[in-house]
Design a protein around this ligand. Structure first.
Ligand SMILES: Nc1ncnc2c1ncn2[C@@H]1O[C@H](COP(=O)(O)OP(=O)(O)O)[C@@H](O)[C@H]1O
Ligand SMILES: CC(C)(COP(=O)(O)O)[C@@H](O)C(=O)NCCC(=O)O
Ligand SMILES: [K+]
Length: 254
């Protein structure tokens, strides 16, 4: 079994692959204060509760955009699963040229998504990942990573609104019935959901205009399901794109 771990700023997403089949996936909160022992217990519990044997893990790959946790998870891999993991970053073969001023600066999750998307579609792509931040990445038809855009995420945008305006409550992210809303909660939901759809379609349309090669548009991340149905530009949702990319990169490097 292959263990793939994607450390995001909000969640750590874990996948257990048997060959190319994702057998299990789990999502745990990202907590920079947790030690490798605490994560070790958590991982072992998740395995046990799913009837999986930690001993059956034959390899591990990690992608992290939270530097203080990268070493913690490497340590966990070594100590609780007995494997030195691959860590996506310098020294890992991606098979994808990175056209960014400083390639080391691009978030590992963005590269992993790009690799997975290109492997699946073999065409030029725009990938939208709804995480803590929302990232937009353009991959050209030759499979080269060409950069993209980073926007404040849906949840943190809503959080900022609630924290900075005294009369605004904390609301659930949901699509309201109308954009001409009749109460505070629905007004905020209209602003965030329809506003965000506009942001996504606006950036994607600009990227399409600049790239001029009609890229396929994919979305991933927990909140993709909410925005994609309202978006005019998103064509496919790939829920496990990052996990899939990690599996592909493991195969390319083992
Ligand atoms: N399935 C989901 N439904 C609702 N909210 C989600 C879901 N998945 C993630 N979120 C929320 O979306 C935000 C971004 O999460 P995530 O996509 O895991 O980001 P990151 O990759 O930055 O860790 C978080 O606030 C998280 O709680
Ligand atoms: C843009 C990100 C914060 C997104 O992280 P996430 O929302 O998945 O937690 C991350 O990819 C990152 O820290 N990138 C480094 C900067 C860059 O890609 O240029
Ligand atoms: K992510």
């Amino acid at each position: 079994m292959l263990l793939v771990i994607d450390v995001g700023n909000s969640n750590i997403v874990i996948g257990a692959y048997e060959d190319a089949v994702l057998r299990r996936n789990w999502r745990i909160a990202t907590d920079k204060a947790k030690t490798h022992d605490e994560y070790g217990i958590l991982f072992h519990d998740l395995f046990r509760m799913s009837g999986l044997d930690p001993e059956s893990v034959a390899g591990i790959i990690i992608s992290s955009v939270v530097p203080p946790l990268t070493g913690v998870l490497e340590h966990l891999a070594q100590q609780y699963f007995g494997h030195k993991p691959f860590v996506v970053g310098p020294g890992i073969k991606t098979g994808m040229p990175i056209h960014y001023d400083n390639p080391k600066e691009v978030g590992a999750d963005r590269i992993v998504n790009a690799v997975a998307g290109y492997e699946r579609y073999h065409s030029s792509l725009i990938i939208v990942d709804f995480g803590t931040a929302t990232t937009f990445d353009y991959v050209n038809a030759k499979g080269e990573y060409c950069g993209g855009a980073i926007a404040p995420g849906l949840m943190i945008s809503l959080e900022a609104l609630f924290q900075k305006a005294s009369k605004l409550p904390r609301v659930e992210i949901a699509k309201p019935a109308s954009v001409i809303a009749k109460n505070t909660v629905n007004s905020m939901q209209a602003g965030i959901v329809f506003g965000y759809v506009g942001l996504v379609d606006g950036i994607v349309t600009r990227m399409k205009g600049e790239s001029r090669d009609n890229p396929t548009v994919l979305a991933t991340g927990g909140l993709a399901k909410l925005i994609a149905p309202e978006s005019k530009t998103i064509e496919h949702i790939e829920e496990f794109l990052t996990l899939e990319g990690l599996r592909i990169l493991y195969e390319r490097n083992k």
